[in-house]
Design a protein around this ligand. Structure first.
Ligand SMILES: [Zn+2]
Length: 88
């Protein structure tokens, strides 16, 4: 069950409308409720809530429960987003 990102949903942290996602992994998976994403504007870690693409912030407990490899990938993605923003 893939989500429909065409309407866009606001980031619960910064409010930017998010209407696209780039899957990480091979083969590239579709985006589904429960998946983790990172806001391209504020780099906060978010969880996809439903098929409309609504989002919520990841809790500290959820972040602690992530596998080390996943947490490292998220940290790298956040670093890239934050560094890109500084150049703009
Ligand atoms: Zn954001």
């Amino acid at each position: 069950m893939s989500i429909n990102l065409s309407k866009g949903a606001p980031c619960p942290t910064c409010g930017h409308k998010l209407d696209r996602a780039t899957p990480v992994g091979f083969p590239a998976p579709s985006v589904n409720p429960g998946d983790i994403t990172v806001c391209a504007y504020c780099a906060d870690v978010l969880v996809v809530l439903d098929t409309d693409g609504n989002l919520r912030k990841m809790t500290e407990q959820e972040e602690i429960a992530l596998e080390d490899d996943t947490r490292e990938r998220l940290s790298y993605i956040q670093l890239v987003i934050k560094n890109h923003g500084r150049r703009a």
